[in-house]
Write a protein that binds this ligand. Structure first.
Ligand code: ATP
Length: 484
């Protein structure tokens, strides 16, 4: 199956991070916009109040501010904790939404395995974990606000005590003491506002750290880099000593010194046991990944040097399990057009006919304008494949990748679509991946993949007559399985 993961999306956790981006951005924006003005006002009030307190009675002001270092220390610890807990809470929320999305999106599978209750429990547990984190944050907030509030009260009591003594000793007038208490009161209220701001600011910082994490990630294959040749490629592809393993599984070698030539205008079929790396080769040709060693050349240009956008513009691909988007059949087919390109209605209808989409679309209430549902779930597997074939052909690609493109069709439809594909593959470089070996009988060359290399290569007739050849074995096994 063609791999849908690209570049840094392959790295564990990136999907979840992207999931979180919207929430994080909202939190940061919210925290800043709503609290910045409050924070500024409170800061000015605290500074002004403190200034007036010092002016009225430096001695009392000194007593009032002696708790400040202690409160500042608590604020630092609290700030760090809030940032940490905000990150954990956001992680948990992302897990919850990912889990719900996956389970609800595949509700048929959940029902088939009678897992409704377990899934509800799992979701409940996740919600419980998020709630616990929320409690922790609330507890920390209560302790912080309690401490700052109590400090304010200690200050007022100390001021009343020392201020009263100063009044008795005639060192301070009653008017000055009253003013001092009023200034101290205003400062305390503003300090409370400042604590609120500090809390929200730290939550925002916790979220912002996530955003930077995403923004700092480097895309391994930048979309906008590389040269854009002015002419259309001819379509001669050479895999030259390619070594490859997926970033998520560095120890599992998929391709080892793999070499293969896809001749211009010819169909090359790739066969091999499941998991031997056929789809990986298609992914490398689409430059969804770069080889670890060796090169892939298109008309003698290293794929690493050309723009991935330009490259993919000239490749049409149909995967084993094609993904459609919610929208109509027509919209899904038109999705294959290169950005900015248009197509005449007659040409569009021609492609629809050639991919045999019209056969089933005519039976649907709105024909080609019928909605396909989320991920195309309102179409059968075979119907989706036909839409995907039309989507791949609409861009008139130089290179065509057919990864089990007809595997979901019944044998009658398969033959029809297969014939149409063979017709459409003429003049293009075609890489076809097949399990059903009968479908590649007419390929110009067949490459048998084994241990990450091409073990055998030749036409169907050459390979089938080769004694003790891998291909002959595969055909024998398949024929046996089909007859039993
Ligand atoms: N994204 C991925 N990350 C890690 N390993 C992967 C990834 N995709 C595929 N693999 C592994 O790479 C190997 C080759 O997979 P690939 O899909 O190319 O096989 P295939 O020959 O096309 O199989 P099939 O005929 O069953 O579709 C397999 O062992 C598979 O488990």
């Amino acid at each position: 199956m063609l791999n849908q993961e690209v570049g840094w999306f392959d790295q564990k956790g990136t999907g979840e991070l992207v999931n979180r981006l919207a929430t994080d951005t909202y939190l940061v924006g919210n925290s800043l916009s709503q609290n910045l003005s409050d924070g500024l006002r409170s800061t000015v009030m605290v500074l002004a109040g403190t200034g007036m307190m010092i002016y009225t009675s430096p001695q009392l002001a000194l007593i009032s501010t002696c708790v400040v270092p202690c409160v500042a220390g608590i604020a630092i610890v609290y700030g760090r904790y809030v940032r940490k807990i905000t990150r954990s809470l956001l992680d948990k929320l992302a897990d919850i939404s990912k889990s719900a999305e996956e389970r609800l999106g595949n509700v048929k599978t959940v029902k088939t395995f009678s897992r409704e209750n377990e899934e509800c429990k799992t979701y409940d547990n996740l919600l419980g974990e998020a709630l616990q984190l929320g409690y922790k944050e609330t507890l920390a907030r209560a302790m912080f606000f309690g401490t700052t509030g109590m400090s304010g009260n200690i200050i007022i009591i100390s001021v009343l005590y020392y201020g009263g003594n100063l009044v008795i000793q005639d060192a301070l007038s009653i008017g000055a003491l009253t003013s001092f208490i009023l200034y101290a009161g205003y400062s305390a209220i503003s300090l409370n506002g400042l604590s609120n701001f500090y809390t929200e600011l730290n939550k925002g910082v916790g979220s912002a750290q996530r955003i930077w994490e995403i923004l700092d990630r480097k895309c391994l294959i930048p979309t906008n880099a590389g040269m854009i040749p002015e002419i259309k490629p001819r379509g001669e592809v050479i895999f030259e000593g390619v070594n490859f393993n997926f970033p998520a599984r560095p120890d599992s070698v998929v391709l080892n010194d793999f070499s293969l030539v896809l001749r211009h205008g010819q169909t090359t079929a790739l066969v091999g046991r499941s998991g031997s790396g056929k789809s990986t080769i298609a992914s490398l040709l689409l430059r969804l990944y770069d080889p670890l060693k060796g090169r892939i050349l298109l008309d003698n240009l290293d794929l690493r040097d050309v723009s991935p956008v330009w490259l993919r513009k000239h490749i049409g691909a149909v995967s084993q399990e094609p993904v459609l988007f919610s929208g109509t059949i027509r919209e899904n087919i038109l999705y294959g057009l290169n950005p900015g390109d248009t197509i005449k209605e007659s040409d569009f209808e021609d492609i629809v006919r050639k991919a045999h989409v019209d056969e089933f679309a005519e039976q649907l209430p709105n024909g080609l304008d019928t909605l396909v549902g989320q991920r195309g779930m309102m179409l059968s597997g075979g119907q989706k494949q036909r839409v995907a074939i039309a989507r791949a052909l609409i861009k008139n690609p130089t290179i065509l990748i057919l990864d089990e493109a007809t595997s979901a069709l019944d044998s009658v439809s398969e033959e029809l679509v297969q014939n149409a594909l063979e017709e459409l593959a003429k003049g293009r470089t075609c890489l076809t991946i097949a399990h059903r070996l009968s479908t590649i009988r007419n390929a110009n060359t067949i490459a048998v993949l084994d241990n990450g290399q091409v073990a055998e290569q030749g036409t169907y007739d050459e390979l089938i007559t080769r004694d003790s050849g891998t291909f002959k074995e595969l055909v024998k096994k398949q024929a046996f399985l089909m007859n039993t």
